[in-house]
Ligand binder design. Structure first.
Ligand SMILES: Cc1cc2nc3c(=O)[nH]c(=O)nc-3n(C[C@H](O)[C@H](O)[C@H](O)COP(=O)(O)OP(=O)(O)OC[C@H]3O[C@@H](n4cnc5c(N)ncnc54)[C@H](O)[C@@H]3O)c2cc1C
Length: 405
């Protein structure tokens, strides 16, 4: 099977790229190891444990690609405020969408919901979709990439995009150099029912062992649900995972200083080891890496997939402009335009997350004092906070057209 462009990975990021190129006249094939089926949405079903805080920029991209409607009709929780505080001090900071005249800071959406809304659009499009297609081998064959799937089928294309996630097979098989290191953190994720309303606020407490986030979910009337991301050292994560539900709720409530009253119930827990990865280059002739295949960062600021959506939108824009000018899309000079626009932004975000994480895990007293004073200082600076809010909305920097107002 041959195509002009093969995208490996029909996750949130790969699907977004395919849809952004839907009308460009290229013969596109998107392949994924999973069945790529869309389950009927059941509003009474428990929340999926994996959620993402989607920025305004991501919302705009998904709106323009016709996928936001499918998200909004399923389940999405807007949040307008963010409260962050230091669990071992007194410093705190509060952000509000209203400070930049925005209605929301973003939406908390289950990953499954985003994925299904995108898949629904893909199934309705002319884009070639190959489910159950797991990449096993990859090599150059003339000007093409030759892909061999686990069932022996072969695919070829002059342009290949890796959107196959953190453990990207394309990245590994193509020999792309990557810098990676362990955060020495595991993230426990689940959905919890709290005693008190979440006030459409994203809450984050920095504990000595790592950040604990309570993200608002749109639960049934009269019930107050949050998605939690509890990042902590592996040995503590193992201990917390081994607790029964009741004991886990008690420990979680304590770690969160009972800001939303008691934690009344916790759903099934998942424990995810956290690693930072960054490909040294996002492109080589005929190949581009996007989303988690190019970079994975600590979830403390909920930015991973937001960066991935911007990668997809920028790559689509670069390819569309190059096609208009009659350039070869697999030319490294063309693909490098994508890398030049996205790498500095992704690196800056990764560095900021790294700095945050280190500062809040630092034990020496001067650093503790600094972060408490620093948080309170910034909290009093309306302009500095507005800058941060624009970053959180994803509206700072070099935006692709799909993400602009
Ligand atoms: C605890 C936690 C919380 C997070 N919270 C947030 C948040 O609030 N906001 C945010 O923006 N980000 C968040 N993230 C990050 C976000 O989840 C990821 O950035 C995002 O899922 C990456 O999407 P992707 O499409 O690049 O990759 P993936 O979602 O991993 O998709 C990869 C796709 O490739 C397919 N695939 C893999 N290997 C192969 C193969 N060999 N052959 C064929 N197909 C293959 C898979 O089946 C999958 O469909 C969080 C991450 C974690 C761990």
């Amino acid at each position: 099977m041959r195509a002009d462009l093969i995208i490996v990975g029909a996750g949130m990021v790969g699907s977004t790229l395919a849809l952004a190129l839907e009308h460009c006249g290229l013969d596109i094939l998107i392949v994924d190891g999973s069945p790529l089926s869309v389950a009927p949405f059941d509003a009474r079903a428990p929340f999926e444990p994996r959620v993402s805080a989607l920025s305004m920029a991501s919302q705009r991209i998904l709106e323009r690609l016709g996928a936001w409607q499918g998200i909004a009709t399923r389940r999405a929780s807007p949040y307008g405020e963010m409260r962050v505080w230091d669990g071992s001090g007194t410093g705190s900071i509060h952000f509000a969408a209203a400070s930049v005249h925005a209605e929301t800071l973003g939406h908390i959406v289950e990953n499954r919901v985003v994925q299904d809304a995108l898949l629904e659009r893909l199934h309705d499009s002319q884009i070639g979709l190959l489910p159950g297609a797991r990449l096993e081998q990859l090599r150059r064959s003339g000007d093409d990439w030759l892909l061999t799937l686990t069932d022996g089928r072969q695919l070829r294309a002059p342009l290949l995009v890796a959107a196959d996630g953190a453990n990207s097979a394309v990245r590994r098989l193509a020999g792309c150099a990557t810098r990676e290191w362990d955060y020495l953190h595991h993230a426990i994720v689940t959905s919890v029912r709290c005693e008190r309303p979440h006030q459409a606020t994203a809450w984050q407490r920095f504990t000595d062992d790592g950040p604990l986030a309570f993200l608002p979910l749109a639960g049934p009337a009269g019930e107050h649900w949050c998605s939690i991301v509890w990042s902590t050292v592996p040995v503590e994560a193992e201990r917390l995972m081994a607790l029964d539900d009741e004991a886990f709720c008690v420990e979680l409530g304590k770690a969160f200083e009972s800001r939303l009253g008691m934690v009344l119930h916790a759903d099934r827990r998942l424990c995810i080891p956290l690693r930072q990865r960054h490909a040294k280059r996002y492109v080589e002739p005929g190949l581009a890496l996007i989303g988690d295949a190019a970079h994975t960062i600590h979830p403390l600021a909920g930015q991973g997939v937001n960066l991935g959506f911007l990668d997809a939108a920028v790559l689509a824009e670069v390819l569309l402009h190059a096609a208009e000018r009659g350039e070869h899309l697999s030319d490294e000079r063309v693909l490098s335009r994508f890398e030049r626009r996205r790498m500095p932004h992704n690196l800056a975000m990764m560095a900021a997350m790294e700095g945050f994480q280190r500062l809040f895990q630092a034990d020496p007293l001067p650093l503790r004092l600094l972060r408490n004073v620093g948080l309170d200082l910034v909290d009093g600076q309306a302009e500095a906070k507005a800058l941060f809010v624009r970053q959180a909305l994803g509206l700072a920097g070099d935006l692709p057209e799909l993400a602009r107002a």
